[in-house]
Design a protein around this ligand. Structure first.
Ligand code: ATP
Ligand SMILES: Cc1cn([C@H]2C[C@H](O)[C@@H](COP(=O)(O)O)O2)c(=O)[nH]c1=O
Length: 232
C-alpha cells in the first residue's frame, strides 16, 4: 500500500505516561498544517471498542484474548488506519502490536510464534482498500505488512507506574495484575526494541513531565517531522 501518511505508535506499561503527551504531539502536528488521526488500541472503531470492553473486563484464556485483540486491530486497520494513511494523515495510535507481544507474549507467556503469524495476517495490506463490510471481494495487490514508522516507548519501572496509578482509577484486568506481570511486560518491550531498533525511540519515562516532553520533542525534530519552533 503506497501512502504519504505517518504512522506513530506509543507504548509502555500501564501508567507510563503515554496519554499525557499524545495530545501535545497532535497539537504540534496540527499547528504545522498536518491532519491528525488520534486513535488507540484495542479500539478505534465501534466494533473494536466493543472488543476492547470484553478484553479489559471479561476473564478469558490468552489465545482468546490474543484473537480478540488482533480482530479489533484488523477492523481498526481497515476502517481507520489505512484510510487515514492514504489521505496522508499523521496517525497517532496509543498502543499497537508491540503491546500484544509485551502483554500477551511476555506478560501472559503466550506463544510469540503464533503472535507473529497473526501479526503477518492481520497487518497484511491485502484487502485493506476493499469494502470494510466484507461484501465486496478483496482486491489483489502486492502484499506488505503495515507497521508504525516510529514507536515511542515510554520506559518506566513497574513499581513507579504502580505508584502513579494508585487510587487514580478503577483497575481493569490488566491494571490489577501484580507488579511481576508488569516486570515481564517491560522486558517484553525491551525485547521488541532489540528486534526493531530502527523503529523504536526509548524515552526515560521516570523523568518529570517536562523532561519527558523534551525527550519526545527531540525525537520528532531530529526525524525532521516537526520544526523545533512548533513545539514548546
Ligand atoms: N512524568 C510524569 N511524572 C509523574 N507523573 C506522571 C508523569 N507523566 C504522567 N504522570 C501521571 O501518571 C498517571 C498515568 O499517566 P498516563 O495516563 O499518561 O499514562 P498512560 O501510559 O497513558 O497509562 P495507560 O496506558 O494505563 O492508560 C497520570 O496520573 C499522570 O498524570
Ligand atoms: C493494544 C493492547 C493492549 N493491551 C492492554 C494494555 C492495557 O492494559 C490495556 C489498554 O488500556 P489503555 O489504558 O488504553 O492503555 O490493554 C494488551 O494487553 N494487548 C494489546 O495488544
Amino acid at each position: 500500500m503506497t501512502h504519504h501518511g505517518l504512522f506513530i505508535s506509543f507504548e509502555g506499561i500501564d501508567g507510563a505516561g503515554k496519554s499525557t503527551h499524545i495530545a501535545g504531539l497532535a497539537d504540534a502536528f496540527q499547528s504545522e498544517g498536518r491532519a491528525v488521526t488520534l486513535t488507540r488500541e484495542p479500539g478505534g472503531t465501534l466494533l473494536a471498542e466493543k472488543l476492547r470492553n470484553m478484553v479489559l473486563d471479561d476473564a478469558m484464556d490468552p489465545l482468546t484474548e490474543s484473537l480478540l485483540i488482533f480482530a479489533a486491530r484488523r477492523d481498526h486497520l481497515v476502517r481507520v488506519i489505512a484510510p487515514a494513511l492514504l489521505r496522508g494523515d499523521v496517525v497517532l495510535c496509543d498502543r499497537f502490536t508491540d503491546a500484544t507481544f509485551a502483554y500477551q507474549g511476555a506478560g501472559r507467556g503466550f506463544d510469540v510464534k503464533v503472535l507473529a503469524t497473526l501479526e503477518r495476517w492481520v497487518q497484511s495490506d491485502e484487502g485493506l482498500l476493499g469494502d470494510p463490510t466484507g461484501n465486496q471481494p478483496m482486491k489483489p495487490e502486492v502484499e506488505t505488512v503495515i507497521e508504525p514508522h516510529l514507536t515511542v516507548w515510554f520506559d518506566l519501572p513497574p513499581e513507579e507506574a504502580a505508584l502513579r496509578l494508585a487510587d487514580s482509577r478503577v483497575p481493569d484486568r490488566f491494571e490489577s495484575q501484580p507488579v511481576e506481570f508488569f516486570r515481564r511486560v517491560a522486558r517484553g518491550y525491551a525485547e521488541r526494541q532489540l528486534g526493531h531498533p530502527e523503529r523504536f525511540a526509548r524515552i526515560d519515562a521516570s523523568q518529570n513531565r517536562e523532561a519527558v516532553w523534551q525527550g519526545i520533542r527531540q525525537v520528532f525534530v531530529e526525524k525532521g517531522w516537526l520544526q523545533a519552533a512548533a513545539l514548546p
